[in-house]
Ligand binder design. Sequence first.
Ligand code: RAT
Ligand code: ZN
Length: 430
Amino acid sequence: MKGTFTVRQSTALRTLVEKTVANTPVYDIHTHLYDPAFGDLLLYGIDDLLVYHYLVAEAFRYFDIPYEKFWALTKEQQAAMIWDALFIQHSPISEACRGVLTTLNLLGLDVKKRDLPKLRKWFVGWKPTDYVTRCMDLAKVERICMTNSPFDDQERAVWDKGFRRDERFTAALRIDPLLVAWLESAPRLKAWGYNVTTELTERTLSEVRRFLGDWAKRIDAQYVMVSLPPTFEYPSENYCSLLIERVVLPFCREAGLPFAMMPGVKRGVNPQLRLAGDGVARCNVAAYENIFSAHPDNTFLVTALPRENQYEFCVAARKFRNLHLFGCWWFTNIPFLIEEMTRMRFELLGLTITPQHSDARVLDQIIYKWDHSRRIIAKVLVNKYTDIAVTGWVPSKQEIERDVKTLFGGGFDEFLSAGKRIASSGDVTI
Ligand code: RAT
Ligand code: ZN
């Protein structure tokens, strides 16, 4: 018998999906936010929102002052210049600008007056832990995964001293310098008491492994993470590839931790822009397929920067169940690409992905990043559910809630548990 799906059912389905997606708490699995115990490292407030490096890059398209002059200004002066160029002199329609407005609006502030001093006043006096609660409540974010680098002096000092963890914040061990700048990092490891030389001898490899083990334990890492350039190849005789093969993957396998790779970032395309100066280029997905296939008992998380690689990575994830794709990273975190990527991932991989992370660097940003992404995820889900509903397979409320939970952290947690199971059983591959 032919299935029927009435206009009324279709409206009810849309309303239900939109409500569920809007209200389901999410685990934000990659951010640059910090537990309030890290003090100044946890950024928040209007000035930090305005000097976000996504906005700096956009503002420089209007500025005519030399880069150095801008960097010599105080944060408040920089923020005022960006506000003037991107919000007052022109309409703030870019995604990063729109994000500031969504954030202020959802915090209950009146944006239409365009009054920066007044906005600034509102942010004064918040206690960081209370403000974390306020932002997480508004964004319906239940856990936040930090990005934790032992190579960051300010951050390392806090870990060294020790502190009481805020249980809403989980940790991820970020190791870019170790892998992409080994020759500069080796002396640092040595200074921290690891008996390494720049040559990858057996002793050096086992000391690097000790370094990873110490840090993963100290921070209670959920995964180990690196961002990689478009030139990355595997297998290969360079330090990065060798260290991944001989230390990182054996360590991750034994510890039951996923190795998260973020391919396609070209660091320092314009160094004068500092943090805002990185670019993107297409990468060789075959190099990554080689890793997934050679290491079936490792688990991998991937979010790729180039739009051109998204399709290939979706196909790779169909071949390798030890790969979990997540998020729309950085330049792909714009509505146009979030919709395209989410649709393609659902159509090729069903619900076995984590569609989004915020990448927030400023606490308040979780409000807009999740508001904007939730709307798009809901739109695509409604579309996909409608496609099956016309056959008569109308998803129930419980099924929709189950699916959204999976997308908003449940599937990620399960993927992490699978890695732990492999580690404890010793011989299972996935
Ligand atoms: O999106 C960003 O803020 C970038 O600057 C990067 O930090 C990127 O997300 C990364 O994790 O390397
Ligand atoms: Zn990031």
